[in-house]
Design a protein around this ligand. Structure first.
Ligand code: 3UK
Length: 519
């Protein structure tokens, strides 16, 4: 089956699994997880059972099923099971708060939620207030108040004919957060998954069935979804799935024990691995290639990693909207400190404020043209109009194209921060801080740490009469830890008497940024 956009019938789940069965790979390992190994044959069976089990619940084609799942074999089972039935899976970030989940479940009108047992408590307070949610299925649980995912699979049929979807049918969504306003559901089509493999993973990574792949970036991110699901399954390789937090210790142990050949991380993780004492010596590694994305990889980290491990890191930029990487360094031709060169199949242009392309060497906004671009943000017409311009998609990133055809990242054009490769809105962190009784005003900016990686820093004006001391700092740190996902909390707090403002009272974050970088 081909993945051409004009193909009358195409189902992404059927393609990603059947191609391996047809190639005689039923007994090869698709997934290594905490629960053991799953072959492509066994995964095909699970996916069929999931597809038929979901239909038996009463779900229909085109309805959404939200997935809040840790990285275990249940993720590819649920994601591809839903797709095979024509149901639209919406993987959601496992690190968010109850209020974030309320928004996403309402916005997507998910009829069903499949959630890991450990994450269920965050959803319990919502259960009676979600008009569209009819079913909750729990992964990892045995008998509870809810249907166990294993029981859903047991009740399903081992054979299942894929839903009659086309390459242009809506396949899945991924939420992306913006600087203001709520997360936006980027709507992707059936053809998009395999196209990211064909355009990026096959030519750039030269992935094949002998590869063992480990992505520390989780499957609910577009980055992790490609790395840990689409790419390995597109060639019959093996994916290592790890459900825990990707600490330096845990990741080091996997690199040593499971000996992956391809490793995917974010710059912060490479920096943690280099700083920690657990990273195996080069002889104990089996890495052929490493990839970094989510935020820019500083040249220094590339060099130190190469020295330590003998392995190159290919920095490439992708986005939720484009699904995966469209601009990347190549093995043996890395230009450290740049995002590398255009990937054939994608078009790139750098545009000035006037909307016209700027000459080489000049700063502008990067725009991408390619077959994996989301078709819209769900239910957000105005945001969609601003981002998806005909065949071009705006990245919101400032770039310069160098003489040699490489591209240098020069920051975002909105206020968004990328922390550990994940979007953080400074406004959301400010709101959390201001909701504390001791805080009068707050401004949050990105500050580079010792490895040149951005982390949130808060400037705080305390309420009159409140003493700005270490105790208050600790109080606020604990307070934000409760209110925000861990990666969003400020790593530095500075108390100030006033914030720089315009005549109309708007906070001038750029002044705080300039002040910070002048230090
Ligand atoms: C930034 C980078 C510099 C950039 C992603 C690989 O990160 C991914 O998707 P998101 O939607 O964020 C997109 C934004 O993140 N960014 C990503 N990679 C780089 N900046 N250098 C990089 N190498 O601001 C971009 O617009 O979370 C990454 C594959 C799939 C993805 N979704």
């Amino acid at each position: 089956m081909s993945s051409r956009e004009d193909d009358p019938r195409y189902n992404a789940a059927e393609d990603l699994i059947e191609r391996n069965l047809a190639a005689g790979r039923a007994d090869r390992i698709a997934v290594i997880g905490e629960g053991g190994k799953t072959t492509y044959g066994q995964l095909a069976d699970k996916i069929n059972r999931c597809a038929s089990g979901l239909l038996d619940l009463g779900l229909e084609m085109e309805q959404r099923v939200a997935l809040c799942l840790l990285d275990t074999v249940d993720f590819p089972t649920a994601f591809l099971g839903a797709i095979k039935a024509g149901i639209v899976p919406v993987p959601i970030n496992t690190l968010l708060t109850t209020e974030d989940y309320r928004y996403m479940l309402n916005d997507s009108r998910a009829r069903c939620l499949i959630v890991s047992e450990a994450l269920l408590p965050k959803f319990l307070p919502l259960m009676d207030s979600l008009p569209h949610l009819k079913h909750v299925v729990v992964s990892g649980a045995q008998a509870t108040d809810f249907l166990a995912f294993d029981d859903l699979l047991a009740s399903g049929a081992p054979e299942f004919a894929a839903a009659p979807t086309s390459a242009d049918d809506i396949c899945f969504w991924l939420y992306s957060s913006g600087s203001t306003g709520r997360p936006k559901g980027a709507v992707h089509l059936q053809s998009h998954l395999i196209r990211t493999a064909e355009l990026y993973a096959h030519p750039v990574l030269e992935i094949d069935e002998s590869d063992v792949v480990f992505s520390a970036a989780k499957l609910f991110f577009a980055y992790g979804l490609g790395n840990g699901l689409t790419f390995p399954f597109s060639v019959g390789a093996t994916a290592i799935l790890y459900s825990g937090r990707p600490t330096s210790e845990a990741v080091s142990a996997i690199l040593k024990d499971e000996r992956p050949t391809l490793f995917f991380g974010v710059p912060t993780l490479y920096s943690m691995l280099l700083a920690g004492s657990d990273l195996p010596v080069a002889e104990d590694l089996n890495l052929r290639l490493c990839v970094s994305a989510g935020e820019a990889l500083p040249a220094e980290l590339f060099k130190r990693w190469l020295e330590r491990t003998g392995c190159e890191i290919l920095d490439g930029i992708g986005s939720t909207e484009m699904l995966h990487i469209f601009l990347s360094n190549r093995a043996g031709q890395v230009r450290p400190g740049t995002s590398g060169r255009e990937i054939p199949g994608y078009g790139l242009r750098i545009v000035g404020d006037d909307g016209l392309e700027v000459p080489k060497g000049e700063l502008g906004e990067l725009q991408v043209d390619g077959p994996t671009s989301a078709v819209m943000y769900w239910n957000k017409r105005e945001r969609s109009r601003q981002t998806f311009l005909g065949t071009w998609t705006r990245t919101g990133d400032k770039y310069i194209e160098n003489e040699d055809g490489t591209f240098t990242y020069c920051g975002r054009s909105d206020d968004m921060l990328k922390v550990g490769g994940i979007y953080v809105s400074p406004f959301e962190v400010e709101e959390a801080l201001i909701s504390h009784e001791s805080v009068l005003e707050a401004a949050v900016i990105g500050k580079a740490d010792q490895d040149e990686l951005i982390k949130p820093k808060a400037f705080i004006v305390p309420q009159p009469g409140v003493t700005a001391d270490a105790v208050l700092e600790k109080t606020l740190t604990n307070f934000t830890a409760e209110k925000l996902a861990p990666y969003k909390r400020p790593r530095w707090v500075e108390f100030v008497e006033a914030l720089p403002k315009t005549a109309t009272g708007k906070i001038q974050r750029f002044k705080l940024r300039d002040r910070e970088s002048a230090r």
